[in-house]
Design a protein. Structure first.
Length: 390
């Protein structure tokens, strides 16, 4: 079954109205920013966004990779500047009003050569004076201190409902599915939330291959597999209900009173969404069971995070892991985020400055800030086995 070309804008509202990300990048270009660092694993989607932006602003667009060299997207000409230093030198020879997208360039910045750093800083000064934009595209943020004030970081969020509807429409057109119930379509889009456009496209295509139609349960199954890839978070299949819990009548009443808090009617009325729930107790008292039953009451997916998995050995990796978890939870929202063994991740944050350079304190602070300021319908349930003291 043929798939739609990801480089083409989807046949939906997103093809007409510029996305929030496109508008932000357009403003950066018009303001004369010399360089951007785009963090995204969706290379094709980023390329499509920049093609649309360059066409709108009448800029020439060039892609560079260590394999293909520097390619003029419109003229289809190739400059065999495969070496990063040669690529930066070639940027100076480009005409004004040019955008250069450097693919995988962040790999050369993880352990940077001083000559490459100096060349990059000189090139950014040149692009500032000559109405050019240098864009580094990478799946993760890897920015040495020497460039922190030279580049502006842009994080591409996972596709929203509008983009996913466009992908679904392309798959339906390719498969010859002429009609689909609105409720089924929206459930399929909801099931695909939290996936990249390529992952969503594959999930939709697999559903068609297995059932010859769009089946939300198959899409949800594939999303559960995709979310497990980073090893930080997983989607838990929920079979438990409040009837599975003995006692805890006050908790059950609290949950039942708020079961419609994420509905459209509640949002239209202005009711605040629940911020979170902290469950403390010794093993065997029903903490995990309550987390599962909570997701069943709210009728939303249950995401499980082991707080101890947030921490990595590389500087900045722990904070990046937390951002990845938050982005995934907000993309899948409405959902219930179950943080298991909370004390593993956040215990001892008060003395973090002398034990781990302040990493635990920063991660804990970022997590509390997100819980306080979040606008997406993602409630959190934290579980710990003993009282937690900062």
């Amino acid at each position: 079954m043929p798939k739609p070309n990801p480089s083409k804008p989807p046949s939906s509202d997103s093809a007409v109205l510029p996305s929030e990300m496109s508008a932000a990048i357009t403003h950066y270009i018009r303001a004369g920013y010399p360089g951007l660092y785009v963090v995204s694993a969706e290379e094709l989607r980023v390329e499509a966004e920049f093609k649309a932006i360059a066409q709108t602003l009448n800029y020439s667009l060039h892609f560079w990779s260590v394999v293909d060299g520097l390619i003029d997207v419109k003229a289809k000409t190739v400059n065999n500047a495969n070496d990063p230093l040669e690529a930066l030198e070639a940027v100076k020879n480009l005409p004004e009003k040019s955008v250069v997208l450097l693919k995988d360039f962040h790999l050369f910045l993880s352990d940077p050569n001083p000559i490459l750093l100096r060349k990059l800083k000189d090139t950014l000064l040149h692009t500032k004076l000559k109405q050019k934009l240098l864009v580094i595209l990478g799946c993760r943020l890897c920015l040495p201190p020497e460039l922190e004030h030279e580049l502006t970081i842009v994080e591409f969020k996972l596709p929203g409902p509008v983009e996913l509807r466009g992908v679904l429409g392309g798959i339906m057109e390719s498969a010859g599915i002429k009609s689909l119930e609105i409720e089924t379509r929206e459930k399929a889009v909801e099931a695909a939330s939290g996936l990249t456009t390529i992952e969503a496209e594959n999930a939709f295509a697999l559903s068609v291959a297995e059932t010859r139609t769009i089946t939300p349960s198959i899409i949800a199954r594939e999303k559960a597999q995709a979310v497990k890839k980073n090893g930080l978070i997983e989607i838990v299949e929920v079979r438990e209900t409040l009837n599975s819990i003995g006692g805890l009548d006050l908790l059950k009443d609290w949950l039942l009173r708020r079961k419609d808090a994420f509905s459209q009617r509640a949002q239209a009325y202005g009711l605040p969404s629940p911020k979170g729930l902290l469950i403390i107790g010794i093993p065997g008292t029903g903490k995990s069971l309550t987390a599962k039953a909570t997701a069943a009451v709210f009728n939303v997916p249950l995401l499980k995070l082991d707080a101890g998995k947030l921490y990595g050995g590389i500087v900045g990796q722990s904070e990046a892991n937390l951002r990845a978890v938050i982005n995934t939870a907000e993309a899948i929202a409405p959902c219930c985020l179950w943080i298991d063994e909370l004390e593993k991740g956040f215990a001892g944050s008060k003395s973090s400055g002398t034990t781990d350079g302040g990493t635990s304190a920063r991660v804990f602070g970022s997590f509390l800030s997100w819980m306080q300021e979040k606008t997406k319908p993602a409630t959190t349930g934290e579980e710990q086995r003993r009282p937690y003291r900062c």
